[in-house]
Design a binder for this molecule. Structure first.
Ligand SMILES: [Zn+2]
Length: 202
């Protein structure tokens, strides 16, 4: 068995001769990346590792590769030492909802924060980080985290006045990507994004 090669981030061409018994997803503190390893029943790594910058991406990759195949996925955050086991669904997860909205503050990046925006996929929503959130996040790196929290609070107030649906959208962005997106959830998010209100005069 082999995962689809369309999954972003695979280093090498996988050639699995053995059955995958376990997938391990873990955080490497040094490189600051999430690593996905496919293992056989003896715990030996089969093929090469895959890497992702974000946990949600790493989990998505593992779930996509293992959907319908039954091998459990162990997700370990080596910073906290906590391991969580995920059982992939019998059917592949629904693709995320695509949008131009910022998954951090909820701004429509076509209207505000277009410059320096970066694509960001939460696993449920495939959107962006607006230029403003991205700049603030980078500026706060290695510094006191309260700096970003302060920015976030002010930014949310500003954005909510312009986009009344932003709080509801941010709630979806916060959803744990280990949860499965149901058809109904997807419909709701899609409707929210399609009818996203913009108070132009505020
Ligand atoms: Zn933003």
């Amino acid at each position: 068995m082999r995962p689809t090669m369309s999954v972003v981030g695979f280093d090498y061409d996988y050639e699995f001769d053995e059955t995958i018994a376990l997938v391990e997803v873990w955080y490497d503190h040094e490189s600051k990346i999430w690593t996905i390893q496919f293992k056989n029943a003896n715990g030996d790594q089969i093929g090469a590792a895959d890497y992702a910058h974000m946990k949600s991406q790493a989990i998505k990759t593992a779930k996509t590769a293992m959907a319908g195949k039954g091998a459990p996925i162990h997700v370990t955050d080596r910073t906290t030492g906590k391991t969580k086991t995920i059982t992939p669904e019998a059917v592949p997860p629904l693709p995320p909802v695509e949008t131009a909205l910022c998954v951090d503050c909820g701004v429509d990046t076509r209207i505000n924060g277009y410059v320096n925006r970066v694509p960001r996929d939460t696993g449920i929503i495939d959107g962006y980080n607006c230029g403003s959130c991205n700049d603030a996040y980078e500026a706060a790196q290695g510094l006191d985290h309260t700096l970003y929290e302060k920015y976030e609070k002010a930014r949310h107030t500003e954005i909510d006045a312009m986009f009344p649906d932003a709080p509801a959208f941010r709630e979806w962005c916060q959803r744990d990507t280990n949860e499965n997106l149901s058809d109904e959830d997807k419909k709701q998010i899609q409707a929210l994004v399609d009818n996203y209100r913009y108070e132009v005069n505020r």
